[in-house]
Ligand binder design. Structure first.
Ligand code: SF4
Length: 282
């Protein structure tokens, strides 16, 4: 298997075979994200991807899923994706599923019948960064999509039979917009009804320094108390039929896991019992 640059995958794909079908992210302009800043987006040559798959089929075992990297492999044109998925089906007949990072933009750029055909070829879940349901925040961080479009992409995925694992980012609205950020994020998630929801925490975490999230320079990274308050408000406002909520990402200060809405009260009690000391300042 050949990989170019740093490879990212969701925590839940730790046991999956990672197959790099694109290099980088086709958008690559979100101000808070440095994952693919050093990569210029391109589609990997199809014969290289096929060669990796054949090599994995003959030498790697023990995985039940394949995860297609990099940032938003759903940007791939349908003939490419179809060829890769058909080869995966031939080489790994006992595979449970193929999963993929996707931007809502690239969901909307596919037709409904194309998404259904991806599901028929084994794609059972797309990981999508919603980040915020507030259009002001989405615009400030240059996400390149609106809250309405996020909901539209969720409807398309649901109709195609592809599950959604959605991530949102605590702290992305700064001190000024934190309440709007959370309340509108809850509204959008209630409309999207994802099967999985992960709450991450905003960090800068790279040499580029704090991202210029807001033009006027007023932006501050969230304090631990702000993250607690945002997490609590979000959970309180969510009305999800059956969704596994986690804050288990490397960016999180504390671990939460529970089914919404069934375990909403348990999650709220765990937040209320959290020590208020900032672990970053201990
Ligand atoms: S779309 Fe996702 S991977 Fe691409 S820049 Fe934005 S957050 Fe990063």
């Amino acid at each position: 298997m050949r990989y170019e640059g740093m490879i990212y995958r969701p925590p839940s794909e730790a046991d999956s075979l990672l197959v790099q079908a694109t290099i980088g992210c086709s958008w690559n302009r979100c101000t808070f994200c440095s994952m693919y800043r050093d990569k210029k987006y391109r589609v990997r040559p199809l014969d290289e991807v096929m060669a990796d798959l054949r090599e994995a089929a003959s030498s790697v075992g023990g995985f039940r899923r394949i995860f297609l990297c990099d940032g938003d492999a759903l940007a791939l044109p349908m003939p490419f994706l179809t060829a890769v998925l058909e080869e995966i089906g031939r080489l790994f007949p006992r595979l449970d599923a193929v999963r993929i990072y996707a931007s809502a933009r690239n969901v909307l750029n596919k037709r409904q019948d194309e998404l259904r055909s991806l599901a028929a070829l084994g794609v059972d879940m797309a990981y999508i960064g919603l980040e915020s349901g507030s259009d002001r925040v989405l615009s400030a961080v240059n996400k390149g999509i609106t809250a309405r479009e996020m909901v539209d992409s969720a409807v398309m995925l649901r109709d195609a039979g592809i599950k959604q694992s959605i991530s949102v980012i605590a702290g992305l609205g700064g001190e000024e917009l934190w309440e709007e950020h959370i309340l509108e994020t809850a509204n959008v998630l209630n409309a999207m009804q994802p099967e999985y929801l992960g709450m991450l925490v905003l960090h800068t975490g790279d040499d580029a320094g704090p991202a210029p999230l807001f033009d006027d320079g007023s932006f501050r990274l969230p304090t631990f108390r702000q993250v607690l308050a945002e997490t609590r408000l979000l959970i309180e406002k969510l009305e999800l039929k059956d969704c596994l909520f986690t804050s288990a990402h490397v960016s999180n200060y504390f671990y939460l896991r529970g089914r919404l809405s069934r375990e909403k009260q348990k999650l709220l009690r765990e937040i209320d019992a959290a020590p208020l000391d900032d672990p970053l300042r201990a």
